[in-house]
Design a protein around this ligand. Structure first.
Ligand code: NDP
Ligand code: F7E
Length: 314
C-alpha cells in the first residue's frame, strides 16, 4: 500500500474498524474513505455498487458486520445470518467489479468445529459440526471466506481472509446482554462496585476457556497482512494463550477493584468449551501481539470509565 492509495474501511466506527483507522493514520495513510451505516447501509446492494463506482477504493478492510456475544448470537439468529451474508456478499462482489487491488475479510475463530483438536489450525475449517449458539454467524463468516476464495480462483482477485480470536479494547460494546464476556464483566464488576454489592454473577460454569486479543494488536496484524500476505488460505490472529472464564472474571474483578465474591450462573450457556488459535503461521511470518491481557484489561477499563463520564455529562 502506498501512503496516498485510497483505502475503504467498512465499519470504521466499530471497535475493530476504528482501531484499523488509528493504525493507518499513525503510519501516515491519509486517503481513507468511510461511511456510517446510516449514510450507507451495506445490506443495500444498489447503494454499495454506487458507492464503489463513485469512490473506486484501491484497498478494502471489511470490518463491518453484525457482531455480539453468545446471547446476541443465539437470540438474533436470523439477523446474524442475513445481515452478515448480505453485507459481505455486496462488498466482495463490488470489490471485484471495481477492480479493488486487495481486500481483507475479517472472519472469526467461531468458524472452526466445536470439537476440533486444540489449538485450532487453519486447515480444520469445515471438518466437523459447529457450535450451535453461534452457528448462523459462523456460517455467514464461512461464506465470506469462500467468497474470497472463489473470486480469487475464478477472477484472480487478491482477497484474503483472517480469523481473529475474541477481541476487546477501545470502543467495545458494553451492552449488558448483547456484548462479549470481557466488556460485559468490566461493566458488571464496575456497577457492582459502585452500588456496594456483595457478589457478581458470571454466566455459565466458568470452565470454558477463551483467548483474548487487544483490538489495536489485531489492527496491527491486519495492516501487516494487507502488506505482506497474498495467499488463498486463511490466517489465524491471536495470542496463542488462553484462560478460563473464572480466571478472566478474577482478573477483571482485580482491575476494577471489586471486593465481593464471584458466583456462576450455570443456567446460562457455556458455548464452545475451548477455542485456542494455533498462531504458528502468523508467528512464522514475523508478527506477534504486543499487549498482554492484564495491561489490555486496564486500558479497556480506562476507556470504559472515560465513556461513562462522557455519558454522565450529556
Ligand atoms: N469483537 C470481537 O470479539 C470479534 C470481532 N470479529 C470481527 O471483526 C469485525 C469487526 O467487529 P467489531 O469491530 O467488534 O464490531 P462492532 O459492532 O464494534 O462494529 C461493527 C461495525 O459494522 C458496521 N455495520 C453493522 N451493520 C451495518 C450495516 N447494515 N451497514 C453498514 N455498516 C454496518 C457498524 O457501523 P456503524 O457504527 O456506522 O453503525 C459498526 O461500525 C467483524 O467482522 C467481526 O465479525 C472477529 C472476531 C472477534
Ligand atoms: C467472538 C465470539 O463471540 C461469541 O462467542 P463466545 O466466545 O462464546 O463469546 P462470549 O464473549 O459471549 O462468551 C464467552 C464465554 O463467557 C461466558 N460469559 C460469562 N459471563 C458472561 C457475560 O456476562 N456475557 C457474555 N457475553 N458471556 C459471558 C459465556 O457464557 C461464554 O462461556 C460468538 O457468539 C461469536 O460471535 C464469536 O466469534
Amino acid at each position: 500500500m502506498n501512503l496516498n492509495d485510497k483505502i475503504y474501511i467498512a465499519g470504521h466506527r466499530g471497535m475493530v474498524g476504528s482501531a484499523i483507522e488509528r493504525q493507518l493514520r499513525k503510519k501516515g495513510f491519509q486517503n481513507i474513505v468511510t461511511r456510517t451505516s446510516s449514510a450507507l447501509d451495506l445490506r443495500n446492494q444498489a447503494a454499495v455498487n454506487e458507492f464503489f463506482a463513485a469512490e473506486q477504493p484501491a484497498y478494502v478492510f471489511l470490518a463491518a458486520a453484525k457482531v455480539g456475544g453468545i446471547y446476541a448470537n443465539n437470540t438474533y439468529r436470523a439477523e446474524f445470518l442475513y445481515d452478515n451474508l448480505v453485507m459481505e456478499t455486496n462488498i466482495i462482489h463490488a470489490a471485484y467489479q471495481n477492480e479493488v487491488q486487495k481486500l481483507l475479510f475479517l472472519g472469526s475463530s467461531c468458524i472452526y468445529p466445536k470439537a476440533a483438536p486444540q489449538p485450532l489450525k487453519e486447515e480444520y475449517l469445515l471438518t466437523a459440526p459447529l457450535e450451535p449458539t453461534n452457528e448462523p454467524y459462523a456460517i455467514a463468516k464461512i461464506a465470506g471466506i469462500k467468497l474470497c476464495e472463489a473470486y480469487r480462483d475464478q477472477y484472480g482477485c487478491n482477497f484474503i481472509s483472517v480469523m481473529p480470536t475474541n477481541l476487546y479494547g477501545i470502543g467495545d460494546n458494553y451492552h449488558p446482554q448483547n456484548s462479549h464476556v470481557l466488556p460485559a464483566l468490566i461493566r458488571r464488576f464496575h456497577e457492582a462496585k459502585e452500588r456496594g454489592d456483595n457478589e457478581v454473577v458470571v454466566w455459565g460454569t466458568g470452565t470454558p476457556k477463551r483467548e483474548f486479543l487487544y483490538a489495536d494488536d489485531l489492527a496491527d496484524a491486519c495492516l501487516f497482512l494487507m502488506e505482506q500476505y497474498n495467499d488463498k488460505s486463511l490466517v489465524n490472529i491471536g495470542t496463542g494463550e488462553d484462560l478460563s472464564i473464572a480466571e478472566l472474571a478474577q482478573l477483571v474483578k482485580e482491575a476494577v477493584g471489586f471486593d465481593g465474591s464471584i458466583v456462576f450462573d450455570a443456567t446460562k450457556p457455556d458455548g464452545t468449551l475451548r477455542k485456542l488459535l494455533d498462531v504458528s503461521k502468523l508467528h512464522s511470518m514475523g508478527w506477534k501481539h504486543n499487549i498482554e491481557l492484564k495491561e489490555g484489561i486496564a486500558m479497556a477499563y480506562a476507556d470504559f470509565l472515560k465513556k461513562e463520564i462522557q455519558v454522565e455529562k450529556v
